[in-house]
Design a protein around this ligand. Sequence first.
Ligand code: PMP
Length: 355
Amino acid sequence: MSQIHNFCAGPCLLPEVVYQQAAQALIDFDGSGMSILSISHRSSAFLAVLDEVSHLALDLLGLDKGDYDVLFLQGGASMEFLRIPYNMLSTKAGYINTGVWASKAIEQAHQFGQVKITASSENNEFKSIPKGIVETSSLDYLHFTSNNTIYGTQFDYVPQANCPIVCDMSSDIYSRVFDYNKIDVIYAGAQKNIGPAGLSVVFIRKGVLNNKVRFIPNMLNYQEHISKGSLYHTANVFAIYTTLLNLRWLKSLGGVEAIEKVNIKKAATLYEAIDSLDFVRGIAESDSRSKMNVTFDFVHSSIDKLFDEMCVEAGIKNIRGHRTLGGYRASLYNALPLNSVTALVEVLREVKHKI
Ligand code: PMP
């Protein structure tokens, strides 16, 4: 079979070696004679997985175990939209509105207290990132979304505030060097650069939770999950194990510093093509462009059909834009090889000869 180039925005491609190791563990986990699907989340074998993945998850971001707790929870990033204000919003929180996912987080926060929109790119149809944010008012926390998966925009800095900073890093965690240490709560749905869907990973700086904020049901209570070491209830054993395999892969490559170099090259290759071809338009503003999700459309929508057909022929999959935005979106997460990007660029260049 010829190579498939899978640009899916999530759940996305994981490294081939991770698929192989995960497949093997489905049959026989670590020579135990049992499937990873059939071992207890409280077994010593799984506790070892949880311990290793917790250390790796922190280490790869340069975070210290003494400073942060890490949780492996279920419900995806959308559950954290709810858990964050439940646990942290007593009076007023600040949110930066950079699109659909940020808006969904804001919607949940409104149920718990006042929300100040510190900055927004709504007037610009979310095609840009607000610059130089410094929030000086007294807030319970300030929330931002580091990478906006739908529009293809990305923060290149951590906003400043004199309150805890909370960040949804679902679509760019582990993709780059960043000031992770300046963020007090980092959360992400796993299904991009972490592992399979069905898991969210949350990093919480010690001491940042205010448990007197309100009564919090156990499943939504971060402190409860911390005190139970992510084992308040049955953990997503398979997703956590596959996450371990994926983070081991990242470490073997040289960590986020090494993968960032590859990610820069992939994004530069595609943006160069977009900028040099007069029938293609980048959707995000140049100074706000994401290295994970590259959005574009064509000057004439009549080109779509030709491009779609050529993508099918070239094995290019899952490149249509999000249903709310249209156009196209190439997601270039960690496991996507550079040759998939060059295959896409070749198709774009060929289109030029056919229109
Ligand atoms: N935040 C961002 C930035 C996302 O890209 C997504 C999903 N693509 C979400 C939140 C929602 O994640 P989930 O589907 O895991 O709830």
